[in-house]
Design a protein around this ligand. Structure first.
Ligand SMILES: Nc1ncnc2c1ncn2[C@@H]1O[C@H](COP(=O)(O)OP(=O)(O)OP(=O)(O)O)[C@@H](O)[C@H]1O
Ligand SMILES: N[C@@H](CCO)C(=O)O
Length: 365
């Protein structure tokens, strides 16, 4: 992460935050495994210190360039926008009540919303990076992960977007007082509107070391085909369809594959039989088929033997995007999955992405 010192003496300073999107689970690693991918949310931030006061709420102007093709309208009100509210949470935990006068945050977003490419986790990571930079707080990425986990409470997406690469994540067993702090309602962490009822109180600060990650190797030959259906599956809905209890058989099935997955995807040259097997899941995909017409057929019928070049296939995050890992013949594989969805009257776009090794970065001009 670049430091904030460089431009502090001039009247105007600027920096860019780039945050990769992510694909979570990769089959059996529900809420555990994440992969950062080369589609980036960008924040272009300018702070005009020549102004003495601001007429804007929280001293902040938000503009938005939508490259995502989503129909949802993103709020430009800094008290409502997810990215600026998250930044404000970080600032207020560190005794800064608002953005510096006068901050302009220009958001450029190519990540489709609610499709399983971690758009919300990416926005949360961008928000904590923003708070850290405008507040010149110097927090480490490990500490920023704690802030992310107060908002997005499963670590797979946010750890991938923050640290980059292919990661395994886990949450610590916290002390009882820290559990209470971490499980505080989201409405108290991110009140809406953010500045409307500014009581001057500090929001609940994250306990130290809520979550951790371990980076796995990734075989350089493997690319990610993402097939993105043209409908939204909100993650909250996709979590409600999951059962509270699983059979021992299904848990063991997933554990066996999740343990194999990092070795399979890190071995070069990649072995399609091992990867295909290691990407099977019984914990979330079977239950989510009620929300995604054609899901079971796509996952069962598109295999390395029907599609040369394919290594493995799974639901990306909570869906509806499909993640197909492959070494070649990307267009043929994508066309085959597009045709399967078309038979259910579902249109899709597709993108060929690569692992994003760097994670979130802040670069001062
Ligand atoms: N750049 C953004 N700016 C503001 N809000 C955003 C942004 N990106 C996502 N969001 C919010 O997050 C919501 C989508 O989150 P959700 O968790 O349902 O899906 P996802 O993160 O895209 O998918 P998944 O978690 O399965 O990978 C959007 O509806 C929007 O409210
Ligand atoms: N692990 C999460 C990722 C989506 O945010 C889920 O599958 O619900």
């Amino acid at each position: 992460m670049a430091t904030a010192a460089a431009s502090s003496s001039s009247s105007s300073s600027s920096f860019v935050i780039r945050t990769p999107c992510s694909s979570a689970n990769i089959g059996p690693g529900f809420d555990v495994i994440g992969l950062a991918l080369s589609l980036y949310l960008e924040l272009k931030v300018t702070i005009d210190a020549s102004k003495r006061a601001s007429t804007h709420p929280l001293n902040c102007v938000v503009t938005y360039d939508d490259l995502s093709g989503s129909t949802e309208k993103i709020s430009l009100d800094p008290e409502v926008n997810l990215i600026t509210r998250v930044a404000l949470y970080v600032l207020r935990c560190n005794d800064q009540r608002a953005f510096p006068v006068e901050t302009h945050v220009h958001i450029v977003n190519p990540i489709p919303l609610g499709r399983g490419l971690g758009s919300s986790g990416t926005a949360v990571v961008a928000g904590v990076m923003l708070g850290n930079e405008v507040g010149r707080l110097g927090l480490s990425k490990e500490r920023l992960l704690d802030y992310c986990l107060m908002i997005e409470r499963h670590p797979d997406n946010v750890a991938a977007s923050l640290f980059g690469g292919f990661v395994g994540t886990y949450l610590n067993v916290l002390k009882p007082e820290d559990v209470a702090r971490k499980e505080i309602p989201l409405s108290e962490v991110l009140p809406t509107p953010a500045g409307g009822i500014d009581t001057g109180r500090r929001p609940p600060e994250p306990p130290l070391g809520i979550g951790h990650y371990r980076r796995f190797p990734w075989a350089k030959e493997i690319k990610a085909i993402t097939i993105i259906p043209d409908f939204v599956v909100p993650t909250a809905e996709a979590r409600k369809v999951l059962p509270m209890m699983y059979t021992r058989e299904d848990v063991v099935f997933n554990l066996q594959r999740a343990v194999l997955l990092p070795a399979a995807l890190g071995s070069s040259p990649p072995d399609a039989d091992t990867i295909y097997l290691a990407m099977q899941d019984r914990v979330h995909q079977p239950w989510r088929q009620v929300l995604i017409p054609g899901l079971t057929e796509v996952l069962q019928s598109v295999t390395p033997s029907t599609q040369p070049g394919l290594l493995g296939i799974c639901l990306s995050g909570a869906g509806p995007t499909i993640l197909a890992l492959a070494t070649e013949r990307f267009t043929e594989i994508a066309d085959c999955i597009l045709a399967r969805f078309a038979s259910y009257n579902i249109n899709c776009q597709w993108k060929l992405l690569e692992p994003a090794g760097d994670g979130a970065t802040a670069t001062w001009n």
